[in-house]
Design a protein around this ligand. Structure first.
Ligand code: ADE
Ligand code: ZN
Length: 325
C-alpha cells in the first residue's frame, strides 16, 4: 500500500498520458478516424518501440484546440493528485502541436490552463518541459529550442529531447541545448533506454544536462555509474515503461534498486502511462512490492525528484517542507 506516500513525477509525455477514453472523446469531437488505434480490449494497439511511437503520434493528433489540451493536462494532473502526487512535470512537444495546426503559444496556454485548474481543485503543482523529437532530426530540435527560448512561459521550465535514441548523435543537438540552457531552462535528455551506456556518456559529454530520461542502461558500465554519482546526475527511471518495452522481463529484474544502492540519485515516473499499463501510483507500488523499497526509501525518492525538479526555489522549498521528516 503506497497510497499514503507523497509522490512526484518528473518524466511523463503529455500526449502519452492521454487515456484511450480521452482520445476517443476528443477524436469524436473532431471526427477523427481512429480505426486500428485500439486493440480488442480498447487499449492502444502497439507491439514494439516503433509501433508504439506511431500509435503515440496518431493518438496525439486528435488534440487540436487549446481546450483539448486543457482537458488533457487537467485530466492527467487530477489523476496524479488522486494517487497522492504533489508535483508533476510533463514533456510537451511543439512539433505535435504544429502537426495539429496549433501555434506553440496556443498549445502552451491550453496546457497551462489545465495545470492551473488542476492545482486549484487538488493543490497539485505542475510544470512543463518543452521537447524536441529526436527522430524528427536536429533541425527540428533546434527550432523547438529557439521557439521555447523566444516565447517564454512561466510554467515551461525545462527543455529536453525524446524520441528514437537510435537516431543521430547528441553532438547534433548541442546548439539546441545551449540555447535552451542560456534561456534559463532546466535540461534533460532521453538516453540509455534503447541506446547503451555510450549513449548516456555522449549525452553527458555534449548536452550539459542535470537529468537523464531513463539512463537505466548505465548499469551496464560501472565506470559510467561512478561518473553519474560524482556529477550528481539524476536519473528519471521508468520501470513500468522499461518492462512494457521489453528492456527487462519484469520489475523485479529492473536495476532501480541497484542504481540507488550505488549512490545514483534515482527517481520514478510512468513515461506514457496508458500505453504501459502504468501510473505514478503503480510505479511506487511496484518499487514497494517487487523491489522491497521501504516507505522511507519511497519518500526519499520523492525528495530526490523535488530536489531535481525544474521549479523555482520557493515552490521547491514549500514542497520539500511538506514531506514527512
Ligand atoms: N516518447 C514518448 N515515450 C518515449 C520513450 N519511452 N522513449 C523515447 N521517446 C518517447
Ligand atoms: Zn520518455
Amino acid at each position: 500500500m503506497v497510497s499514503h506516500i507523497p509522490k512526484a513525477e518528473l518524466h511523463c509525455h503529455v500526449e502519452g498520458a492521454a487515456s484511450p477514453d480521452l482520445v476517443r472523446k476528443v477524436g469524436a469531437r473532431h471526427g477523427v478516424d481512429l480505426t486500428g488505434l485500439f486493440d480488442a480490449k480498447g487499449n492502444f494497439a502497439w507491439h514494439d518501440f516503433t509501433s508504439f511511437l506511431n500509435a503515440y503520434d496518431r493518438a496525439a493528433a486528435v488534440f487540436r484546440t487549446p481546450e483539448d489540451y486543457r482537458d488533457l493536462t487537467f485530466s492527467y494532473f487530477s489523476s496524479l493528485a488522486a494517487e497522492g502526487a504533489i508535483y508533476g512535470e510533463v514533456f510537451i512537444s511543439s512539433d505535435h502541436a504544429l502537426a495539429s495546426g496549433l501555434s506553440y503559444r496556443d498549445y502552451v496556454e491550453g496546457l497551462a490552463q489545465g495545470i492551473r485548474d488542476a492545482e486549484a481543485s487538488t493543490g497539485i503543482v505542475g510544470r512543463m518541459i518543452a521537447t524536441g523529437v529526436r527522430h524528427y532530426g536536429p533541425d527540428r530540435i533546434l527550432a523547438a529550442a529557439e521557439t521555447v527560448a523566444n516565447e517564454p512561459h512561466p510554467l515551461v521550465t525545462g527543455f529536453g529531447v525524446a524520441g528514437d535514441e537510435r537516431m543521430h548523435h547528441p553532438r547534433d543537438f548541442a546548439d539546441a541545448f545551449r540555447i535552451a540552457g542560456e534561456a534559463g531552462l532546466g535540461l534533460t535528455v532521453h538516453a540509455g533506454e534503447f541506446g547503451g551506456p555510450q549513449s548516456v556518456r555522449d549525452a553527458l559529454d555534449h548536452l550539459g544536462v542535470s537529468r537523464i530520461g531513463h539512463g537505466v542502461r548505465a548499469i551496464e558500465d560501472a565506470g559510467l555509474v561512478q561518473r553519474i554519482v560524482e556529477e550528481g546526475i539524476v536519473l528519471e527511471l521508468c520501470p513500468g515503461s522499461n518492462v512494457a518495452l521489453g528492456l527487462y522481463p519484469d520489475v523485479a529484474s529492473h536495476p532501480f534498486r541497484k542504481l540507488g544502492d550505488a549512490g545514483v540519485r534515482v527517481t520514478v515516473s510512468s513515461d506514457d502511462p496508458p500505453y504501459f499499463g502504468s501510473s505514478i501510483g503503480a510505479e511506487y507500488g511496484w518499487l514497494s512490492e517487487n523491489l522491497g523499497l521501504s516507505d522511507a526509501a519511497l519518500i526519499a525518492t520523492t525528495r530526490t525528484s523535488l530536489e531535481a525538479a525544474f521549479v523555482d526555489e520557493a515552490t521547491r522549498a514549500r514542497l520539500l517542507a511538506s514531506l514527512p521528516a
